[in-house]
Design a protein around this ligand. Structure first.
Ligand code: ADP
Length: 655
């Protein structure tokens, strides 16, 4: 096949432009990205060889090789891993398939200045393209395991790349970076210095479980650090003469599986680099979680809570789950059987002792031990968040801001952990405009005689704060949780309780606030009012029978004339909408119109009804009062143009 020239996809081109102009301040990380990809490629080859007995590959010396050439000013990163076919090269390297990346790039376009862009890149990571931070030309030579022909890919990152088929490529991938000339004089960026390369590998890739070997040139500098004494190749090369043309190979990384070591042997910096390798995030994680399970089913887990929610956390193709290892051997990425969906942001490694290396996703889904592991890991993550909440409030605040919305999904499905999830949840509340509250804090502040945890649901804080349903609560200074995430509407409907207190919507059922004494007093007054308004209520119920199931007096209004509420056990209108949007047929629940017996409009209506029961104004006003109540809670009117006509007629009469 001849050499073909392709154009990079638009998003890829944008990303490359940013890399070329190197807006990321720490360029060294390009090597971490390439080594990370090479390590993944070795993992994949080992797995494929394990699963496919026919695959004719040598897996006896899998490693990553680094070579520097000072004269040509090139750095080569080589692996004898899975490699890529020609189609894969075009598809994986020429385009950006990840939907999160596309979204990220759109945001980047809007982000102002290089500072903001750098922050976003850090949040995201750009993998292979990071090479263009240091190279003005990149050549990738690769051959997929099991195929005979290889592929050479070349680009300067400026819009196009070429692809050609080559006959004699070794299996695996070699990436040759032609380093930018402008970095040649700067020791900080001298990526042809073996010393520099060693330092970067030690810092970012020490834990990689494959040997990273370097064919070191004799080092002229004095500050060459000692080579790793335990490295096998050292012993042999020691006796070789200085002029030996084959450069000696040394292994740069210690290859320790961090999860198998005790906490005090491993620095946070080491954990952070492992996290970056696994997550493709360029930032440090928010929290590290370790778990060693002993006994009949032994495993080790090293989990991370990221500091930022990824761009695609709510997208359908978001891959969840942690990496599964079996006895230090990588088995699979995104092992969803190990994490519930509402903890899909957790990254990390789980290494099990007693699973077969051939284990498949299907088997994992049904495995009893895996199920137990899943439950234990979920509990461990939740208890870690709980500790964070108690001991490190600022860190917890970050956690909640980034992941609270996802975590609350657990209230819908994971009943076993519902209390634990509620225990680590925070909600906006009328208590403090700026800071959310935990439920424990809410319960602490509950007034004498208050039996419920009150909440209001709706689309935005502003809409719910000013809703008429809130009036009695505001008047009495009773705190109300302001729940404005769509998921809130659903979980509160399952009416959970917290610390023995039931959740209660301010827009449902009767409101009965105050001390016992006050309640009694209010009861007597209500009796009186009911008699006074009985005729009007019956008449209005009849007039509005199509729209509401009852018209009654309200104890929740202090300012507005009327509001609509749902029966305590009925589905709220917002939830009805959510079910319909999901394609579920659900009967429409009629609501209740409540009147404020102290409001002049209601008092006037009552008088008119008593004095002139046949006055046509009575009917129109009844209709208007109902519609005003709907408007006040932000609901849509069944017939807006009729409403406008009625109001316009009345206004006209006042002129
Ligand atoms: P990411 O690693 O975040 O997926 P990259 O741009 O770094 O993104 O790489 C894109 C894809 O190209 C990888 O997912 C992998 O499938 C493939 N790839 C990259 N480097 C190698 C390699 N050394 N060997 C085999 N495949 C590779």
């Amino acid at each position: 096949m001849p050499t073909e020239t392709f154009e990079f996809q638009v998003e890829a081109r944008q990303l490359l432009q940013m890399m070329i102009h190197s807006i990321y301040s720490n360029k060294d990380v390009f090597l971490r990205e390439l080594v990370s990809n090479a390590s993944d490629a070795l993992d994949k080859l080992r797995l494929e060889a394990l699963r496919d007995g026919e695959l004719d590959v040598d897996v006896s010396d899998l490693h990553i090789g680094l070579e520097v050439d000072r004269e040509a000013r090139t750095l080569t990163v080589r692996d004898n891993g899975i490699g890529m076919s020609r189609e894969e090269v075009v598809q994986l390297i020429g385009t950006i398939a990840n939907s999160g990346t596309a979204k990220f790039l759109r945001e980047l376009k809007d982000a102002e200045g290089a500072g903001a862009a750098e922050g976003l890149i850090g949040q995201f990571g750009v993998g292979f393209y990071a090479s263009f931070m240091v190279a003005d030309e990149v050549t990738l030579l690769t051959r997929r395991a099991g195929e005979t022909e290889g592929t050479r890919w070349t680009s300067s990152g400026e819009g196009t790349y070429t692809v050609e088929t080559v006959a004699d490529a070794p299996q695996g991938t070699a990436i040759v970076l032609r380093l930018k000339p402008e970095d040649a004089e700067d020791r900080l960026y001298d990526y042809t210095s073996p010393w520099k390369i060693k330092e970067i590998v030690k810092r970012y890739s020490d834990f990689i479980t494959w040997p990273i070997k370097m064919a070191a040139e004799p080092e002229p500098r004095a500050e060459v650090p000692d080579a790793e004494p335990e490295s096998e190749s050292d012993a042999e090369s020691e006796s070789e003469p200085e002029s030996e043309p084959e450069p000696r190979l040394e292994t740069l990384n210690s290859m320790k599986a961090l999860w198998a070591r005790s906490r005090d042997e491993v620095s946070d910096a080491d954990y952070h680099e492992l996290y970056k390798h696994i997550s493709h995030d360029w930032n440090d994680p928010l929290e590290i979680i370790r778990l060693h399970a002993e006994g009949t089913f032994e495993y080790q887990a090293l989990l991370f809570i990221p500091a930022h929610a990824p761009q695609d956390l709510f997208m359908r193709d978001y891959k969840r789950g942690v990496q599964l290892y079996v006895k230090r051997v990588f088995i699979m990425d995104d092992c969803e059987a190990l994490m519930p969906p509402y903890l899909r942001f957790v990254k990390g490694v789980v290494d099990a002792q007693d699973l077969s290396l051939n284990v498949s996703r299907e088997i994992l889904q049904q495995d009893r031990q895996i199920e137990l592991m899943h439950r234990r890991l979920a509990k461990k993550v939740l208890s870690t968040v709980k500790n964070m909440m108690v001991a490190r409030p600022e860190q917890y605040a970050t956690f909640w801001r980034e992941f609270g919305r996802v975590l609350k999904e657990g209230l819908l499905g994971d009943f076993e952990n519902r209390d634990a999830i509620l225990g680590v949840s925070s909600f906006a509340s009328t208590h403090d405009k700026d800071a959310p509250t935990t439920l424990a804090q809410y319960v602490e502040r509950m007034k004498d005689g208050q039996e419920h945890i009150f909440y209001v649901t709706g689309e935005s804080r502003q809409a719910v704060e000013n809703s008429p349903h809130m009036e009695a609560f505001q008047a009495r200074g009773i705190e109300v949780l302001l729940l404005t995430d769509p998921v809130d509407e659903v979980w509160v409907d399952t009416a959970p309780e917290f610390g023995g207190k039931q959740f209660r919507s301010v827009a449902k059922g009767e409101v009965d606030l105050g001390t016992e004494e006050e309640k009694q007093e209010a009861g007597t007054e209500r009796e009186k009012q009911r008699e006074e308004f009985a005729g009007l209520l019956a008449r209005m119920t009849e007039l509005l029978s199509e729209q509401v199931k009852d018209v009654r007096l309200s104890s929740r209004l202090t300012v507005s004339p009327a509001c609509v509420v749902s029966d305590a056990n009925d589905v709220s209108p917002a939830l009805e909408n959510i079910y319909r949007a999901m394609g579920q047929e659900i009967p429409h629940a009629k609501r209740i119109l409540e009147l404020n017996p102290k409001h002049p409009l209601v008092v006037g209506l009552n008088r008119t009804h008593a004095e002139r029961p046949d006055d046509p104004a009575l009917e129109e006003t009844t209709e208007l009062v109902h519609q005003l109540a709907l408007l006040a809670e932000g609901a849509e009117l069944p017939d807006p143009s009729r409403f406008v006509k009625l109001v316009a007629d009345r206004l006209e009469r006042t002129l």
